[in-house]
Design a protein around this ligand. Structure first.
Ligand code: RIB
Length: 316
């Protein structure tokens, strides 16, 4: 079990990952293959798992530094502005001349709030291990590194290795669901998949504590310390290095849009860890942040502040 009761003397949380413009439309239901349905309320919204998580860190009161790549276009300029407006340090955000800014097409079910997302990586795919090396060089104050899988395997591997070399925890959000070699995560403190992502990484369907432990064992063979599974409406399940499964229940809300719930969760989780909470304490706070993100439409506009999260934690 990660025990972070001694607060780190370092303060910054280095988020290495993707940044996208989200093209969002609400629909009466998510269309099946080959089906056309009517939609409404089209909008463009700042998103991308990496930048959402950086915004989440900042709104939770952490010092967020974001390392990512946009294209030389209006979307990229807009994203840079919105990250800065959210208090994120953007000095490591590079403009890649080769490709446009990443985009995501998102359909939100207006009844259940569930979202489906298709991402075109664009400039996010132009990030390199050199960008990661520069980010570590520019971050002697980093207490923790947070990353996701929307860039490339080489970037993920370099970020985890960089954190291990520095002796700080690497926390990996396993989204989106894709088959990344588990060796990329060697030395990570936490890997955090939902059920689709766990299946894509290990072939194991995580539905309960037994399957979560089986899946975590496979992931830990690759050198990861702890797994934190997103279990949807049930909340989260921690499986620690002693194979103990700890269920942390969800907060119940009426979902309007689930987009960025996972990102709000991850941002809150690392802030809790850096502040010295135990892993179950940090996961409880993360569950509250994830639940609150479901109550508003859009990725970054829905990410809650620390005050909102504290109110939910205290039952107000
Ligand atoms: O996690 C939600 C995010 O996934 C969206 O903002 C979208 O850009 C995709 O990266």
């Amino acid at each position: 079990m990660v025990d972070n009761r001694n607060p780190s003397p370092f303060s910054a949380i280095l988020v290495i990952g993707s940044v996208n413009i989200d093209l969002v439309i609400q629909a009466e239901r998510i269309p099946g293959p080959g089906e056309n349905v009517m939609g409404s309320g089209f909008r463009t919204v700042p998103g991308g798992k990496g930048s959402n998580q950086a915004v989440a860190v900042s709104r939770m009161g952490g010092t967020a530094r974001f390392c990512g790549c946009v294209g030389p276009d209006d979307f990229g300029r807009e994203l840079l502005k919105s990250l800065a407006a959210a208090g994120v340090d953007t000095k490591l955000l590079r403009v890649s001349p080769e490709e446009g800014t990443g985009t995501a097409v998102i359909v939100v079910d207006e009844v259940t709030g569930e979202s489906t997302i298709v991402v075109q990586r664009g400039a996010n795919g132009r990030m390199t291990p050199d960008d990661v090396a520069r980010a570590f060089e520019a971050s002697p104050d980093a207490a923790c590194v947070l990353l996701q899988l929307e860039t490339t395997d080489e970037v993920v591997r370099a970020a985890v290795r960089g954190a291990v070399k520095r002796g700080i925890p690497a926390v990996v959000d396993a989204g989106p669901a894709r088959g990344v070699p588990l060796s990329c995560f060697e030395g990570a403190a936490i890997l955090s998949p939902n059920s689709f992502e766990a299946k894509a990484l290990t072939g194991i369907e995580v539905v309960d504590s037994e399957s979560a432990i089986r899946c975590a064992k496979r992931i830990r063979q690759a050198g990861v310390e702890n797994c934190v599974f997103h279990m949807g409406e049930r909340g989260a399940m921690i499986v620690d290095e002693k194979d103990a499964a700890i269920e942390v229940p969800a907060f119940v809300v009426k979902a309007v849009d689930t987009t960025a719930a996972g990102d709000s969760f991850m941002g809150a989780l690392v802030v809790g860890m850096v502040e010295g909470m135990t892993l179950p304490e940090a996961v409880r706070m993360a569950n509250a942040a994830g639940a609150l993100a479901c109550t508003k439409l859009g990725a970054q506009p829905s990410i809650p502040t620390r005050d909102e999260v504290n109110r939910m934690l205290s039952g107000k």
